[in-house]
Design a protein around this ligand. Sequence first.
Ligand SMILES: C[S@@+](CC[C@H](N)C(=O)[O-])C[C@H]1O[C@@H](n2cnc3c(N)ncnc32)[C@H](O)[C@@H]1O
Length: 350
Amino acid sequence: MSKHTEVQEYYGETLQSTEDLKTNACCTMEAPAEHIKAALSLIHDEVHSKYYGCGLVAPLELKGKRILDLGSGSGRDVYLLSQLVGQEGEVIGVDMTKEQLDVARKHIDYHTDKFGYKHANVSFLEGNIERLDELDLADNSFDIVISNCVVNLAENKEKVLAEVYRLLKPGGEMYFSDVYCDRRLSDELQRDPVLWGECLSGALYWNDFLRTSRKVGFTDPRAVKSNAITVENKALEAKLGDAKFFSVTYRLWKIDGLEDECEDYGQAVAYKGTIQHSENSYQLDDHHIFPKGKVLTVCGNTYLMLHATRFKDHFDFYGTWDTHYGVFEGCGGAMPFQSDRQSGDAASCC
Ligand SMILES: C[S@@+](CC[C@H](N)C(=O)[O-])C[C@H]1O[C@@H](n2cnc3c(N)ncnc32)[C@H](O)[C@@H]1O
């Protein structure tokens, strides 16, 4: 049986609800912000019951945006984002498992009504995220691509990321949560259908993920949040040995001019405090938080992630590209995740 068929069976038949998961890999550990909690509360129970995500994939500043969700499952994140993009925005989900698509599609009218929309702003396509070129999706046509605990299930991860790069508009981003490992896993583990289906043995070694991202054009991947996955299943833990797993939210920007190292051009930015739901400070990633009004020096790449994106109007920018002062101190290097579960996060399993 092919990997795809195995995964389809796992998510279409073996798992009937989140209760059937055998590990905590497909569990969301982050406590959502109040506006996200409010939006989640409007989503149909059946959609929630078949949610298997490992993170929150709702970045800020989404009004009117066009979003693609890779591996949308029962549609939880699509319906969450449907509310955040508003009536003028659009969210498209892609999944290959018919049973999950059926649940997602069944509740389109329910949510259109519930959100007070005149017409649906969501749709669900049946398709393989490793063959996005076979769907009728134009180059440079999405502001944001999200995905929640899915890329690890793809055999050809490079193909997925390369297609995402093609589909994103310049200045757009892939904002996605997935499972990563602290090492490369053996073929034997990768052949285990339960370990693969539970989002563990398909997990990329984090450094290979960074290499692949850079290769397809996402020159400076930024981690936003990470949590250690504890597996919590003795038999599966025994098979996995010492391998350690993390669920990590990354943002991959499609921006011309990003460099492979953080370089110092003497630039700085100040946040205006104008992003809805984040008025006191704006968090770009796990090592860049911009308090309102404070001028902070930034590397050229961070400058571009604010200046060449939908966040431009929310910042004042200082400096030029005229003078290079050397490498920007304070970025990069070691394994970017902590080995303990992130403190302060309430675990809310799936
Ligand atoms: C762990 S679940 C996550 C679902 C959803 N993102 C959520 O948060 O509930 C994985 C989903 O990805 C889908 N999937 C896995 N590999 C896929 C592929 N190559 N193409 C399309 N969908 C895929 C599965 O059908 C399943 O619905």
